[in-house]
Design a protein around this ligand. Structure first.
Ligand code: TZP
Ligand code: MG
Length: 201
């Protein structure tokens, strides 16, 4: 699993935006949209899956187990409020990817063994993309979490091109990014620049 540049879609993302991230060399895509119905999200996942498969890139669904199951997506990314990880794992199946959001070291300590494939740790910085996120824990907090985590750590929240080297040095396996890709003038080029920066860091 290549978590290094992990694209999380903004609400209302066009399929073309995901295609641009795939062309730019993203390693994994999370379909995240807080404003659509399960049926709409499932339909979008079914459109995106062939694009992702053609690129050899897994597609995971944010929050909604029912959409992950109905679409046959490659996995689910769950938050702290999205149920019991062991129950979700049982429903999802052993072969799928399961990610979990971690906002505190206490949440990290509570991860059940042999259940989660990676954690999304953040926010690193406050971000307009998720105004209700927990208090940012910065690079030092990220480094502490990455050092303690039993599974790979993906950093999230306010991350841009200039952060790649420091976050890699802090021990994370990748960077989860919304706006530094989605709001870029050219999302494909922005993705490629992140991939290149990661490879050179
Ligand atoms: N979880 C914590 S911060 C965040 C999520 C989904 C949003 C990250 O978006 P951006 O635009 O990369 O700061
Ligand atoms: Mg969630």
């Amino acid at each position: 699993m290549n978590l290094s540049v992990y694209f999380v879609t903004p609400d209302g993302a066009e399929d073309a935006l995901v295609l641009a991230a795939l062309r730019g060399g993203v390693g994994i895509v999370q379909l995240r949209d807080k404003n659509v119905s399960d049926a709409e999200m499932t339909a979008q996942a079914l459109r995106l899956l062939p694009l992702c498969r053609a690129a050899g890139v897994p597609l995971v669904i944010n929050d909604r187990l029912s959409v992950a199951l109905a679409s046959g997506a490659d996995g689910l990314h769950m938050g702290q409020g999205d149920g019991d990880p062991e129950a979700v794992r049982a429903a999802l199946g052993a072969g799928k990817i399961l990610g979990l959001s971690i906002e505190t070291e206490a949440q990290l300590a509570a991860i059940p063994p042999d259940c989660i494939d990676y954690i999304g740790a953040g926010p690193i910085r406050a971000t307009a993309t998720k105004p209700d996120a927990a208090a940012p824990f910065g690079f030092d907090g990220l480094a502490r979490i990455a050092a303690q985590s039993p599974v790979p750590t993906v950093a999230i929240g306010g991350i841009g091109q200039g952060d790649v080297a420091a976050l890699k040095a802090a021990g994370c396996a990748g960077l989860a990014i919304v706006s530094a890709i989605s709001a870029a003038a050219d999302p494909e080029t922005a993705t490629r620049a992140l991939v290149t920066a990661w490879g050179q860091a």
